[in-house]
Design a protein around this ligand. Structure first.
Ligand code: ZN
Length: 76
C-alpha cells in the first residue's frame, strides 16, 4: 500500500505504541508490526494487529499494572 499522507512507499517494520489508560496508567507496547513510510515516517497498523494489542492491554489492566513495557506477541 501507499502512504496516506505523502503517497510514498510503505515497508514492513515495527513501531512502539504508548497507551495512556484511565489517566493514571501508561503502558508502552514495543515491537508492534507496522507499515512504515520510507519518506515521511507515517506508521500504519493493520486492524488485526491493533485488536491483538488491545487484547494485551486488557490483560494488563486486569493485572493491575500501572506503568510498564510490553512486547507485542501474537494472541493465541
Ligand atoms: Zn509518507
Amino acid at each position: 500500500m501507499k502512504c496516506p499522507s505523502c503517497r510514498g512507499k510503505m515497508e514492513r517494520g515495527v513501531t512502539t505504541l504508548p497507551y495512556e489508560l484511565n489517566r493514571d496508567k501508561l503502558i508502552v507496547v514495543r515491537d508492534v508490526p507496522a507499515l512504515v513510510c520510507v519518506q515521511c515516517g507515517e506508521v500504519f497498523i493493520e486492524a488485526l494487529i491493533l485488536k491483538q494489542v488491545e487484547g494485551l492491554l486488557n490483560t494488563v489492566q486486569k493485572s493491575g499494572m500501572t506503568l510498564g513495557f510490553l512486547e507485542y506477541r501474537e494472541a493465541a
